[in-house]
Design a protein around this ligand. Sequence first.
Ligand code: SF4
Length: 152
Amino acid sequence: MCQRRPCWPTPTDAEQLMAAGYGDQLMLDWWFDREQNTTIYLLTPAIVGSEGGQAPAHPFGPCTFLDEANLCRLHNMGLKPTEGKQALCQNQTPPGLHEDVGRTWHNDTGRTLIDRWENSEQPRGRRRALQTKPTRRKKEYKYGSIKNPTNR
Ligand code: SF4
């Protein structure tokens, strides 16, 4: 997980990370739960480069909390997310752990926490994406890669 896809926290874990000042190192991730036929959004430690944003389309990369010695910076602070705490090496992780942790976000507590995180002073997650897109479009119009619909 630490090197490929960060472990998932529960809303309580994520709230503790935010309270400790690590909100900017989280990212918005999502997962389609086939059992419930619904998409569940959650906050997780970010993949390096996605801090404060959204998980990349192919969410693969090292966790922002992994240090130079390949150790978790949160370990000694008691802030390691639940999935990271309970996962075991050599395929001995309890079955369904990832999905069970993901489902802890499918309620008002999880959604309210995501709202609070995205609507902080610095826009994060989807709010950040909405604010950055118009600038990119403006440049594309300027350099002619797409047609400006207001200038036909
Ligand atoms: S938070 Fe810690 S345990 Fe979880 S993926 Fe990141 S480095 Fe690994």
